[in-house]
Write a protein that binds this ligand. Structure first.
Ligand code: SAM
Length: 240
């Protein structure tokens, strides 16, 4: 076709990601707890501790899904702050919004692609993306957009699966390729989506590569923190 191979492959990836999250949305929170043994809550708490977010801050939660981070940030920023829960996927976002409303939190919600954020330049004090960058087709573009909407002095936090400490890799591969798809099958009747999850982790840039990508997008003083021996890494960068 005149779109060329690359665009067909990219469209295919975007469609696959949409199918995965449409399929898992209703069981997403339960699966997170099961797969990580509840650890994802600690990883998110760690990210929030590095955010510098306080009363009155403006926060953008990119690929926010069912809203874990938005919920925690909304409590922090109080009535004078703003937290935007955003995601490309309507099923995930609907669950997120309902969950926040059930907890009495009326935070703005927007369905949008991280690669084309509908916000003005230099608007946010903090932008976060947790377990979302991995699914994006043009990661450089998404990082550049997140940098664009940050105010000078603002922070970008990227929480994502990363490269685990080498000696642990065989065990980790066994867990992610054999155990997780089984749990996925039992809980969501969807083994394929959880196999996709394991594969997407394997091809995601490692700690140093992601650090360079963030620097390439204009972020400064970029550093990362390995959590659980690199199963997850939190990258933090500033805009100046
Ligand atoms: N941040 C939440 C959390 O940590 O629980 C949800 C993470 S979930 C694994 C990944 C999310 O990324 C999905 O809700 C998916 O729809 C979203 N996503 C994937 N590609 C995206 C894009 N290009 N723009 C915005 N969101 C995207």
């Amino acid at each position: 076709t005149h779109f060329g191979y690359e665009n067909v492959a990219e469209a295919e990836k975007a469609r696959r990601v949409a199918d995965v999250f449409d399929s898992v949305a209703s069981r997403y929170d339960l699966m997170n707890d099961l797969m990580s043994g509840g650890m994802h809550r600690l990883w998110k708490t760690f990210a929030i501790a590095q955010s510098g977010v306080t009363t009155g801050s403006r926060v953008l939660d990119v690929a926010g899904g069912t809203g874990d981070l938005s919920l925690a940030f909304a409590k922090r920023v109080g009535p004078t702050g703003q937290v935007w829960l955003t995601d490309i996927n309507n099923s995930m976002l609907t669950h997120g919004r309902d969950r926040l409303v059930d907890k009495g939190i009326m935070t703005p919600v927007a369905q949008c692609d991280a690669e084309k954020l509908p916000f003005p330049d230099e608007y946010f004090d903090c932008v976060t993306v947790a377990f979302g960058l991995r699914n994006m087709t043009h990661k450089e573009l998404a990082l550049a957009e997140m940098q664009r909407v940050l105010r000078p002095g603002g922070r970008l936090l990227v929480l994502e699966f990363s490269q685990v400490w080498k000696p642990l890799a065989p065990l980790y591969d066994f867990y992610s390729f054999k155990i997780i798809p089984r749990i996925g099958q039992l809980v969501t009747q969807d083994e394929a989506s959880y196999r996709y999850l394991a594969e997407s982790i394997r091809v995601h840039p490692d700690q140093e590569t992601l650090k360079s990508m963030m620097e390439g997008a204009g972020l400064e003083r970029v550093e990362y923190f390995n959590l659980m021996l690199g199963v997850v890494a939190l990258h933090r960068g500033f805009k100046f």
